[in-house]
Design a protein around this ligand. Structure first.
Ligand code: GTP
Ligand code: MG
Length: 267
């Protein structure tokens, strides 16, 4: 099975290559949830973060989830530290990616290796509090997509400073202008924490660019019922942000690309 999927054997698997298509789960008794945690230089956060995720998921879905860390060969040893936790944490898998980069692609590569009926993602720097996960799981009972939001259902930008608030507002304005079908449907389409039903995206080729995967899922997937779940965003307290000057450009290119795809799909 692993060889078929293009994964190296060993404790730390290597990410898949080829088109970004999530296949139906091949597992006759699949876990309810596969949660992907993309990481790049998160050594200072990863141990505490995974412990908190585990506490939240053990309470909500005992024995019925998997967590997949997709690390881009971080030079600070994040991958090795995470892999060192696997012995005492059977639900954890750690994947090292060397052949490509990009946050949104990392998330999909993780889902390609997953078996769950619900797919999810969350950042490793505590900006999305793991305590939101059980509420999101509850809301998936009646949804294809649950988005952790900073802009609705009691969510907020918390202790974010004016520069980040302004850049987030600017990105939303661009999105509302160029991609109204997505930006009108959810209050926080730029969220990096959400769950989607595997069935809603399986078999569809995804083509994200840069940081944002949720817009991609909403445009190319078959997402009908959407729920939101508010949370308070926090400033990163440990480790460094990987946001760089190219990201806004990638974002605009990605939104343009999705605009064309959305138009093609429109009835
Ligand atoms: N695998 C992988 N993970 C990434 C990459 N870039 C960022 N990440 C991870 O994705 C998550 C979000 O990245 P951040 O740098 O925190 O981005 P952000 O939350 O928008 O920015 P800050 O508010 O400044 O922290 C974190 O868990 C990062 O470690 C990447 O290129 N590959
Ligand atoms: Mg962050």
């Amino acid at each position: 099975m692993l060889a078929q999927q293009g994964i190296e054997s060993g404790v730390v698997g290597a990410a898949m290559t080829g088109p970004l298509i999530v296949a139906p789960t091949g597992d006759p008794d699949p876990p309810a949830l596969s949660l992907v945690v993309p990481t790049l230089k998160e050594r200072e956060n990863i141990v505490d973060f995974l412990a908190e995720v585990r506490r939240a998921l053990d309470a909500a879905l005992p024995g019925r989830y998997e967590v997949i860390v997709v690390d881009d060969d971080s030079p600070d040893g994040t991958c090795e530290v995470a892999a060192g936790l696997m012995d005492g944490f059977p639900e954890l898998r750690v994947v090292r990616r060397r052949n490509e980069g990009g946050l949104a692609v990392a998330v999909i590569r993780g889902w390609q290796l997953s078996r769950g009926e619900m797919l999810g993602t969350i950042n490793a720097d505590f900006q999305h509090p793991p305590a939101v996960l059980p509420r999101m799981i509850e809301r998936m009972a009646e949804a294809d997509l649950v988005v952790a939001t900073r802009h609705g259902d009691g969510g907020s930008l918390g202790d974010w400073g004016p520069v980040r608030r302004f850049s987030s507002w600017g990105a939303s304005c661009i999105g509302r202008m160029l991609l109204p079908p997505v930006f009108a449907r959810v209050s926080d389409p730029l969220s990096g924490c959400y769950f989607v039903r595997r069935q809603a995206i399986q078999g569809v080729e995804l083509k994200p660019l840069g940081y944002k995967s949720l817009m991609e899922v909403m445009v190319r997937g078959d997402v009908r019922r959407i729920r939101e779940c508010g949370y308070e965003m926090r400033k990163r307290s440990r480790g460094q942000s990987k946001v760089h000057a190219l990201h806004p450009l990638q974002y605009v290119r990605h939104v343009w690309r999705l605009r064309a795809a959305a138009r093609k799909r429109a009835p």
